[in-house]
Design a binder for this molecule. Structure first.
Ligand SMILES: CC(C)(COP(=O)(O)OP(=O)(O)OC[C@H]1O[C@@H](n2cnc3c(N)ncnc32)[C@H](O)[C@@H]1OP(=O)(O)O)[C@@H](O)C(=O)NCCC(=O)NCCS
Length: 164
């Protein structure tokens, strides 16, 4: 029987590693991914950088094999966390990168006292967010030319020992 050694696996089998952005060089990678996905791919917006919230929020990068492949941001307003700018570069989709980014952001939100997490989902990604425990709130709406849906997830405080 032929066995495949771990080191012989293709790079695409590697698990993503999610890390907070710490340097201006890493923030530039965040903006590059936003630009690739939200500007050049989706034509949602040409302005993807230097929002006031960027400086006050946690931005993360997902890494595979030393390459930045995805990003996301979480902001905290009182006990409400808001997630935005979640994007995975096209060749890396469908292998758990988006989930890893979201789980990191949700964990961070809970650790920092959030009781709810909200986000404006593009409706094509509703199922992605549903699988992460989010439910739609209200009716869909259009932002630029893309249909969106406000979604929310309640969090159990860490002290209560809940997982979700
Ligand atoms: C939406 C996006 C972030 C998902 O990232 P991803 O890395 O492909 O998602 P994952 O591989 O982690 O998927 C996690 C789960 O969600 C499901 N899923 C992901 N995208 C989905 C979609 N568009 N429709 C239905 N299900 C989806 C996966 O099948 C997987 O299900 P499983 O856990 O049962 O296997 C990515 O497609 C993307 O960047 N799209 C362009 C930008 C965008 O639309 N961002 C969202 C802005 S609101």
């Amino acid at each position: 029987m032929t066995t495949v050694e771990p080191e012989a696996r293709a790079p695409e089998r590697q698990q993503p590693r999610v890390e907070p952005v710490r340097t201006s060089e890493e923030l530039a990678l965040v903006y590059a991914i936003r630009s690739e996905v939200f500007d050049r791919e989706q034509h949602l917006t040409t302005w993807v950088r230097d929002y006031p919230e960027d400086a006050e929020s946690l931005n993360v990068l997902a890494w595979i094999d030393g390459e930045a492949v995805g990003t996301g941001r979480v902001s905290l307003w009182g006990d409400e966390a808001q997630i935005a700018w979640v994007a995975v570069r096209k060749p890396y989709r469908g292998r758990g990168v988006g989930r890893a980014i979201m789980e990191y952001l949700i964990h961070w939100a809970r650790e920092h006292g959030a009781r709810t997490v909200t986000l404006n989902a593009q409706t094509h990604a509703l199922e992605f967010y549903r699988k992460l425990g989010f439910r739609p709130v209200g009716r869909p709406f259009y932002m630029a030319h893309i249909e969106h849906q406000l979604m929310e997830r309640e969090l159990q405080p860490r002290a209560e020992g809940g997982t979700g």
